[in-house]
Design a protein around this ligand. Structure first.
Ligand code: AKG
Length: 214
């Protein structure tokens, strides 16, 4: 069943999975969605999967401090400079987490743009060594509300959906990447969605989503 919208709800305590709503305010969030859609240099890299190369089913931009570059499908990507709105969302995220007693630092963000419910991201966890052994990741959602599907990597606990409304923030605390996989599966949900996942890249060359995240 779909949870009712609350300013903040704890979905899991250990590892911590916590959703916050109204991060920026509805109208600011909508304005920023439109600006990011129009102003960013959205890329659609090709991935080799099961011996065949094809474009990823979404568009993306890697953004951050200059040292936070990463390797993706055999290429080394430099981050784009922080867009003012993305920096603003990063700072609002850090502030909202601080108000909840959670300390976080981010030097980069992966932005994903899904044109409609057909566009997607496959099962993966953000567990690349350059993100450290137990990264804390904050995911901000703008636009169409879609569920992030989560499943446990071990054991028989049931998979579950986390619905991500416009202008929401999902904190994936320490342990989430180690214990769960997540995916944005195709759904018959119309409308543009942009997600921003803020990360801290500890070393020079991070590998983001090198698993077959189609
Ligand atoms: O778009 C989303 O909410 C998922 C993004 C994601 O899984 C990622 O950036 O690793």
């Amino acid at each position: 069943m779909r949870p009712s919208p609350l300013p903040c709800d704890i979905l899991l305590r250990s590892p911590l999975l916590q959703r916050f709503t109204t991060l920026l305010g509805e109208s600011t969030a909508s304005t920023i969605l439109e600006r990011l859609d129009g102003e960013l240099d959205w890329q659609q890299p090709r991935l080799r999967l099961y011996g065949r190369e094809h474009p990823i089913p979404r568009r993306q931009v890697w953004m951050g401090d200059s040292e936070a570059h990463y390797r993706y499908s055999g290429h080394d990507f430099q981050p784009a400079l922080w867009h003012t709105d993305v920096a603003k969302i990063r700072d609002a995220t850090i502030a909202r987490l601080a108000a909840a007693g959670i300390t976080a630092t981010f030097n980069s963000a992966l932005l994903n743009r899904y044109e409609n419910g057909e566009e997607r991201m496959g099962w993966h966890s953000d567990n690349e060594t350059e993100l450290g052994p137990d990264p804390l990741i904050a995911a901000v959602s703008l636009g169409a509300e879609r569920p992030l599907r989560m499943r446990w990597r071990k054991g028989s606990r049931e998979a579950f959906n986390v619905w991500l409304p416009h202008d929401s923030l999902l904190l994936m605390g320490h342990g989430v990447q180690r214990q769960l996989h997540h995916a944005l599966l195709p759904r018959q949900i119309p409308g543009l969605r942009i997600s921003l996942t803020f990360r801290y890249v500890a070393s020079q060359a991070a590998n983001v989503d090198t698993a077959p995240t189609e």
